[in-house]
Design a protein around this ligand. Structure first.
Ligand code: NAD
Length: 338
């Protein structure tokens, strides 16, 4: 917090539609009198000792401000490019990826009343990047599970459940097959649950979770699901599908010190610069950020205005079947703030 009473937040506008959807957030926040000042941050990669790295100024900004809001970053395809998203995750040790999915009134999908929260271990597991060529035709990929990283994300899941008023934490796993790795993750969940007597703890096999969620997601509304990296990557997109896809879902990447909130979708180069982009996912990510910062009243006010605008259905962007431009949709949200 600064002397003027405002919090400084790093803003990575991102590529493609990033600047357009970021502008909507800035306009809505200004209209809602949110006590935030944005610090624009350029994360265009530089090469450091032959490796992709984020400029020092960007790292310093995020370290200083502790929170950042991030638009989509385009990842060049081809060898030698480490994804910037992965670089950010590693640089700030963002160990938990939080993905809530809540049904949006006014946007009909085959499922009603969805309210899932999924937390994915973000640093190891199947994505440790340890792969070997053993002999011709044989490769080996190592799934790394450590007590330290598992405990950290599991503890966060319990704390997050408490903070948002969910009563249960469920570990999703395949400990029947991955006896040692998922077994350790599961055991640690049970062990930690003793420190959180107000939260009920249980577990479910990943395949059962998939079947059960697409059959009826509503029994999952009172739970926070927590799981190793790969399962979370896949299952979180599946949950996004329940409410209408990646264009509507927010996410938070939580670290020991810094946290970065970002939309799940990409930079949408096909609609860049045409004012067709939907800023909802980035706006919802920013609402998670406000909650993380304890600015709950502002979060609730903006969330209500956005949900109202979507339910009214008059100013929807093209991806939701409407005709509104990005700024017209943002303008309708601003009108609903009053
Ligand atoms: P994408 O999400 O950018 O686009 C997929 C489709 O969804 C496109 O038709 C696009 O127009 C549409 N879309 C996405 N977001 C939208 C929005 N807010 N409003 C309206 N329509 C939207 O996925 P892609 O085309 O596979 O990837 C494009 C680039 O984005 C790639 O360089 C990729 O690496 C990058 N990417 C970045 C992130 C991230 O920064 N977190 C995530 C995914 C992809």
């Amino acid at each position: 917090k600064q002397a003027n009473g405002k919090y400084l937040v790093s803003l990575i506008e991102g590529d493609g539609i990033g600047p357009e959807i970021s502008q909507s957030i800035k306009d809505i926040y200004a209209a809602a009198d949110v006590p935030i000042e944005w610090e624009p941050v350029d994360v265009n990669p530089i090469l450091k000792d032959g490796k992709t790295a984020i400029p020092d100024a960007a790292i310093e900004s995020i370290k200083r401000n502790l929170v950042a809001l991030k638009g989509p970053l385009a990842t060049p395809i081809g060898k030698g490019h480490v994804s910037l998203n992965l670089t950010l995750r590693r640089t700030f040790n963002l160990f938990a990826n939080v993905r809530p999915c809540k049904s949006i009134a006014g946007y009909k999908t085959p499922y009603d009343g969805v309210d899932t929260v999924l937390i994915r271990e973000n640093t190891e597991g199947e994505y440790s990047g340890i792969e070997h060529h053993v002999v011709d035709g044989v490769v080996q990929s190592i799934k790394l599970i450590t007590r330290a990283a598992s405990e950290r994300v599991l503890r966060y899941a319990f704390q997050y459940a408490e903070s948002i008023g969910k009563k249960k934490v469920r570990v999703v796993h395949k400990a029947t097959i991955m006896k040692q790795s998922d077994g350790l993750f599961l055991d640690l969940g049970l062990e930690l649950s003793k420190q959180f007597p107000n939260i009920q703890f249980d577990s479910e096999l990943l395949d059962n979770t998939c079947l059960n969620i697409v059959t009826d997601p509503t029994p999952y509304n009172d739970k926070v699901l927590v799981m190793p990296n790969l399962y979370g990557d896949i299952l979180s997109d599946m949950c996004a599908g329940l409410i209408g896809g990646l264009g509507l879902t927010p996410s938070g990447n939580i670290g020991d010190e810094c946290s970065i909130f970002e939309a799940v979708h990409g930079s949408a180069p096909d609609i860049q610069g045409k004012a067709l982009a939907n800023p909802t996912a980035l706006l919802f990510s920013s609402i998670m950020m406000l909650q993380h910062m304890g600015l709950n009243e502002h979060a609730a006010k903006i969330q209500k205005a956005a949900f109202d605008t979507l339910a009214q259905g008059k100013y929807l962007t093209g991806d939701l079947g409407g005709k509104a431009k990005t700024h017209e949709y943002a303008g309708a949200i601003i009108d609903n703030l009053k």
